[in-house]
Design a protein around this ligand. Structure first.
Ligand code: 4NP
Length: 159
């Protein structure tokens, strides 16, 4: 069965589209992309219809990731049922998602990206929007690291 994974941040123009691209890249590298459905969304609709932030794209491309997704808000009427695991980037995203959950089963789908970190010791993927280049690099570092952990969680021994 396919693993259906949704990454969620605030604007869906920096962190979650990067998470989507990094994790898709990882599943391709492992030859397992056909076993995954991977998407991203924002808790806000501020940037709905926009491509990923140009700064985020520039940093991602340098590592071989093309951010092709278009921003969309999380849809509580469809996304809870269309995904098995919903991965928030920070505590604020997580709280917003918890408030939209309909029941205990929805809540059980929620994680934070940093729950899957292996090398880094961060509790959130920090919002890079108002910062400089370092923030965008940190986002990619954290996503690559936690992506490995998430992959192992979903595809580890026994699954
Ligand atoms: P993201 O970054 O949540 O990683 O997409 C942000 C994008 C836009 C805003 C904040 C964070 N904003 O305030 O417009």
């Amino acid at each position: 069965m396919k693993h259906r994974v949704l990454f969620v941040c605030l604007g869906n123009i920096c962190r979650s589209p990067s998470a989507e691209a990094v994790f898709k890249g990882l599943t391709e590298k492992k030859g397992r992309s056909s076993f995954f459905k991977i998407d991203s969304a924002g808790t806000s609709g501020y940037h709905q219809g926009e491509p990923a932030d140009a700064r985020m794209q520039t940093h991602a491309v340098k590592r071989g990731y093309h951010l092709t997704s278009v921003s969309r808000p999380f849809d509580p009427f469809t996304d809870w049922d269309n995904f098995d695991i919903i991965v928030a980037m920070d505590d604020s995203n997580l709280l917003d998602l918890k408030e939209m959950a309909r029941n205990k089963n929805d809540l059980k789908k929620l994680y934070k990206m940093t729950d899957f970190s292996k090398r880094f010791n961060y509790n959130e993927v920090p919002d890079p929007y108002y910062g400089g280049a370092q923030g965008f690099e940190l986002v990619l570092d954290l996503l690559e690291d936690a992506g490995e952990g998430l992959y192992a969680f979903l595809e580890g021994e026994g699954s």
